[in-house]
Design a protein around this ligand. Structure first.
Ligand SMILES: *Cc1c(COP(=O)(O)O)cnc(C)c1O
Length: 438
């Protein structure tokens, strides 16, 4: 049996209908933005392996730092003990995080970073003796797959079996162009009830919703409203963090700053699983008490894993180099030029960009129903040596910053070529319309 067949006998893959999915592509090596398959095919990783990779695959500098850490201290319990990598990484994160953040709480992934933030927010009010129950979130948001994270995420086909188990959330519309006023109105109405503990949001770009974008101005206005109603604000920067939007964090585009920030994905440059939740001193202090019941009772076995922290430190070294910052600017400029070249094509409904994140929304035959277009576009990309995972009729590019001009050319050419597939596409309206997510 080859690797894909052995896989089929043993593995259950994420977000995959195992009955109908094609065999997985066995990847045996990575270098820069390229992934090498077992059969010798090479792929450009235009989605940074689910938005995690910043500096390319198997980066020698990160590999060296991880290797050094592995042979020094691989792991240690993080309650009652600490270690240099965790402390240094926290210090350095706080230097670059949005203003006001003063503490780092480590966990394992984006979902746990969100869980921790929400538990901090809810228990903050509990500890102060001011019970506030509600959490506000964007209707189309995605904050992860654990139950708390699912609760504050869109009620989509993905979470339908669990709806009755999810806690109630005050959902508001995303303030996309033209919808700002309505969204603000909804926020104000919920805020006025006085029962809102926190507002959690993906700043400027909602990833899984389809790279849906909105302005820093309207977000700033929303954060101000929250502040005036004593509502804690949680920036879920799991996707947008570490340069994706052109600045280190999306929150940097606005003067109002969040009380908490959730990080993962690019946190280790895509090398190790790690999550982090940061908070400001106000939140931290609400947990300091002689009464032990005010403690944040949360932790994971691998909290602050030294190897993951070492990967994070190495990735941050690379991220802050002039070379990487120039690459980010360069990708931004190239995306902008590409948008100009395709935005007027009849098959293109909208092309948009936020920093290094590019999204091209194809016409979907006048229906938002799920169609075969997604699968067709996905295969088209692979056939042209580019990994692009469409969100329904939306193609996006979130490249590793080390992607070369020639590789970007191939990515753009592939997307450009997709217009022909879109034209020839037949649409089959289906009842599971929300399945266009992911
Ligand atoms: C991916 C993502 C998460 C969940 O992170 P996982 O590591 O997959 O659990 C949470 N929030 C946002 C904005 C994300 O993009």
């Amino acid at each position: 049996m080859n690797l894909a067949e052995r896989d089929q006998h043993t593995i259950w893959h994420p977000y995959t209908q195992m009955k109908t999915a094609a065999l997985p592509i066995p990847i045996v090596r990575g270098e820069g933005a390229l992934l090498f398959a077992e059969d010798g095919t090479t792929y450009i990783d235009a989605v940074a392996s689910w938005w995690v990779n910043l500096h390319g695959h198997a980066h020698p500098y990160i590999a060296q730092k991880v290797s050094e850490q592995l042979s020094t201290l691989e792991h240690v319990i993080f309650a009652g003990f600490t270690h240099p990598a965790a402390v240094t990484f926290a210090e350095r994160l706080l230097q670059i995080l949005p203003q006001g953040q003063s503490r780092i709480f480590y966990s394992d992934n984006g979902s746990t970073a969100v869980e921790v933030a929400m538990k901090m927010a809810i228990q903050y009010w509990n500890n102060l003796g001011i019970p506030k129950k509600k959490i506000i979130a964007f209707r189309d948001s995605y904050h992860g797959d654990t139950f708390g994270a699912m609760s504050v995420s869109a009620r989509s086909a993905f979470t339908a079996p669990f709806w009755s188990y999810l806690f109630e959330v005050a959902f508001i519309d995303v303030p996309t162009a033209g919808n700002e006023e309505e969204s603000i109105k909804q926020l104000e109405a919920f805020a006025a009830t006085g029962d809102v503990a926190a507002f959690i949001y993906e700043p400027l770009v909602l990833g899984t919703a389809g790279m849906v974008m909105y302005t820093p101005e309207v977000l700033n206005q929303m954060l101000k409203i929250c502040r005036s109603h004593d509502i804690l604000t949680i920036a879920d920067e799991v996707m947008t963090g570490f340069g994706r939007t052109g600045r280190l964090f999306a929150s940097e585009y606005l003067p109002e700053q969040p009380d908490m920030v959730c990080l993962s994905k690019g946190l280790t440059g895509g090398t190790m699983a790690l999550g982090a939740t940061s908070c400001n001193e106000k939140i931290y202090e609400a947990f300091l008490h002689d009464d032990k019941s005010k403690t944040l009772f949360h932790g994971h076995s691998y909290t602050a894993n030294p190897v993951a922290c070492a990967a994070g430190l190495a990735s941050m070294d690379l991220l802050l180099t002039e070379e990487t910052q120039q690459s980010i600017k360069h990708i931004e400029a190239r995306h902008a030029a590409f948008i100009q070249s395709i935005k007027d094509l009849p098959q293109v409904k909208e092309a948009r960009q936020c920093g290094t994140i590019l999204a091209v929304e194809f016409e979907d035959g006048g229906t938002s129903y799920f169609s075969d277009l997604r699968d067709t576009l996905y295969s088209f990309g692979l056939d042209h040596g580019v990994i692009l995972r469409p969100l329904g009729n939306i193609i996006y590019v979130i490249p590793p910053y080390c992607i070369t001009d020639a590789q970007l050319d191939q990515v753009y050419k592939t997307i450009h070529g997709m217009q022909e597939v879109v034209t020839g596409q037949r649409h089959h309206p289906r009842p599971d319309l929300d399945m266009l997510h992911d």
